[in-house]
Structures are given as structure tokens and as C-alpha cells.
Design a protein around this ligand. Structure first.
Ligand code: G3H
Ligand code: 13P
Ligand code: ZN
Length: 307
């Protein structure tokens, strides 16, 4: 099946009270692990590429790996730019076969965010590509912008933003953050803001960034085998499940993939210090990604059997 946009996926997810996982990809093993998980659970997928991933892997390689995913699977798969920071980057992705782009002008004043988002929407829609934008700011690191505190999305702004930009989905800030260190104390999300946004934008897909749950088993394995991710804490799975049952149709996961790979490879080298063939440790890492993504699809997103 050729790559698809997120339009149909989000409509079904909204109506069905579940969400689609948007998984960040940088290399072949990660794509393979995620796609295998999607096939085994019959789940639609969003595979997303950050600006850093494009620089790391080269867009031509990523495009061809995405093409391979569509040949090897019969799943609906969207190819998405994560945190696009300029019109030129979004345009380049549209021109390179992405089916969805995010323009993240959330750090700009409202009027500038509207202007840049509108410019990307006009170009993308002319080429059959859908657009995600963001209102509010997440704490943590967001494409080189570091912020200590959340700037929660103001529900009073969302209707005007969506009608003036024509954007297809909206990322909002309700207390999640990027990376593996999300909460200092008790994890809390502002479901009151999500409910208010949902009221102002009926039937409109909402996106949750910074939604890794940081499974304790990866934190423990990394610690056990010489790493140090002490204090890492993610979004509890039940909070993500609740968000998915509301207007959240896209849940972004990157850190959990990084943790799964790192935990697996650290353990592998501790148990097999004589190994030096990358296939010996990348194959189990790929399986670890697959198992983690399957768990998300079935227990958190609820997107199994929806392909
Ligand atoms: O939100 C950002 C994603 O986790 C991508 O991170 O820019 O390090 O590839 P990256
Ligand atoms: P995590 O760091 O929680 O995985 O968030 C990823 C993300 O939001 C990518 O855009
Ligand atoms: Zn993000």
C-alpha cells in the first residue's frame, strides 16, 4: 500500500477513542522493528523524522527505507516531518514524498505562528500533504529550545488558530515534555485543558508530544549494565490511555525507542563481551523495539486491529 496521509487514520481514531503512535525513526533497524510490530498487531503507523534525523541519516536513505516499509507491509503508514522549524524545511519534505509535516512555530508570538503555519498549510495542501502545528510550549528540550516550565495551551486561542491557519491537527501542551526526565514529582497532565480544547474544536485531532512512558525495566537495565539514567520518569500509561480515549489521535514516542535500544545493547555487551559483529547486537535491539512498540499499540494506544 502506498504511503497515506493521517486524515483517514485520525478520523477513525477520533471516533474509535484510540490514538495512532507516531514513532521517531533514524535508521533501518528502528523502522523494521516498528513496522514488524505494526504488522503483528494490525495497527496503522506514523513514522516521523526530525530535522536531526534527516541530517543524521540523509533524506534519500530515509525515503527509500519508507518505501521498503510500504512494500514489506500492507499497513496504512504516514511519513511525517517532526518539529519542522521553517517553511523551507517543510517544503523540502513535501517535495520529497512526506505525506504529513509539522510546522512548529510554537516559540513564536501568536500572530507569527499563524502566519508561518498558514504559509506551510497553503503549500502542503496544494500538494496533498497534511499539516500539524503547535500552540503552547512543552517543558524540556524541543529542537534546541530548552524551557524549564510548561507554557500550557490556552484553550481561548485554539479556534482562531485553527480557522485562520487551516491546519489539520494541533499539538497542545498539557504537561508532557520531551526526553526521559519529564516530572520531578508526581506525574500530572492537565486534562481540564484537553477537555476544554476538545469542546472548542469538536471532531478535531489533537497531538501529544513528549509522550514516552519511560518503562522502569529499561531504566533498571541501563543502570544495571553501567549506564546512568537515574531520575528518569515518563508519562504513566494510564494517563496516555485516557488522553487517547479523548481527542488525542497522535501520540509521539521517541525516548522509549532510545531507551529500549540502549538497554538491550548494554545488556548484550555485558553478557557477550567477545561480540563485535553489529548484527549480533542490532538484531536483539530491533526485537526490543518491536516488543516495546507492540506493547504500546495494544496497551496504551489501542490501535491494534485498526489497519
Ligand atoms: O521531539 C523531538 C524528537 O524526540 C526528535 O529528537 O531532534 O534529537 O532527533 P531529535
Ligand atoms: P518523547 O521524548 O517523550 O519520546 O517525545 C517524542 C516527541 O514528542 C517527538 O516529537
Ligand atoms: Zn515532539
Amino acid at each position: 500500500m502506498p504511503l497515506v496521509t493521517t486524515t483517514e487514520m485520525f478520523k477513525k481514531a477520533y471516533d474509535g477513542g484510540y490514538a495512532i503512535g507516531a514513532f521517531n525513526i533514524n535508521n533501518m533497524e528502528t523502522i523494521q522493528g516498528i513496522v514488524e510490530a505494526g504488522m503483528e498487531t494490525r495497527s496503522p503507523l506514523i513514522l516521523q523524522v526530525s530535522k536531526g534525523a534527516r541530517q543524521y541519516a540523509n533524506v534519500t536513505y530515509l525515503k527509500k527505507l519508507m518505501e521498503a516499509a510500504t512494500i514489506e507491509s500492507d499497513l496504512p503508514i504516514a511519513f511525517h516531518l517532526d518539529h519542522g522549524d521553517s517553511f523551507e524545511l517543510c517544503k523540502d519534505c513535501v517535495d520529497n514524498g512526506f505525506t504529513s509535516v509539522m510546522i512548529d512555530a510554537s516559540h513564536m508570538p501568536f500572530e507569527e505562528n499563524v502566519k508561518l503555519t498558514r504559509q506551510v498549510v497553503e503549500y502542503a495542501h496544494d500538494h496533498g500533504v497534511v499539516v500539524e502545528a503547535e500552540l503552547g510550549k512543552l517543558a524540556g528540550i524541543e529542537e534546541h529550545v530548552v524551557s524549564d516550565s510548561h507554557q500550557y495551551t490556552d484553550p481561548d486561542e485554539v479556534q482562531e488558530f485553527v480557522s485562520r491557519t487551516g491546519v489539520d491537527s494541533l499539538a497542545i501542551a498539557i504537561g508532557t515534555s520531551h526526553g526521559a526526565y519529564k516530572f520531578k514529582g508526581k506525574p500530572e497532565l492537565r486534562f481540564d485543558i484537553l477537555a476544554e480544547v476538545e469542546k472548542r474544536l469538536p471532531n478535531f485531532p489533537i497531538v501529544l508530544h513528549g509522550a514516552s512512558s519511560v518503562p522502569q525495566k529499561f531504566v533498571d537495565l541501563i543502570d544495571q549494565y553501567g549506564g546512568n539514567v537515574k531520575g528518569a520518569q515518563g508519562v504513566p500509561e494510564e494517563l496516555l490511555r485516557k488522553a487517547a480515549s479523548m481527542a488525542v489521535c497522535k501520540i509521539n514516542i521517541d525516548s522509549d525507542i532510545r531507551l529500549a535500544i540502549t538497554a538491550c545493547i548494554r545488556q548484550h555487551f555485558a553478557e557477550h563481551p567477545e561480540h563485535f559483529d553489529p548484527r549480533q547486537y542490532l538484531a536483539p535491539a530491533r526485537t526490543a523495539i518491536k516488543e516495546m512498540v507492540k506493547h504500546k499499540i495494544i496497551n496504551v494506544l489501542g490501535s491494534n486491529d485498526k489497519a
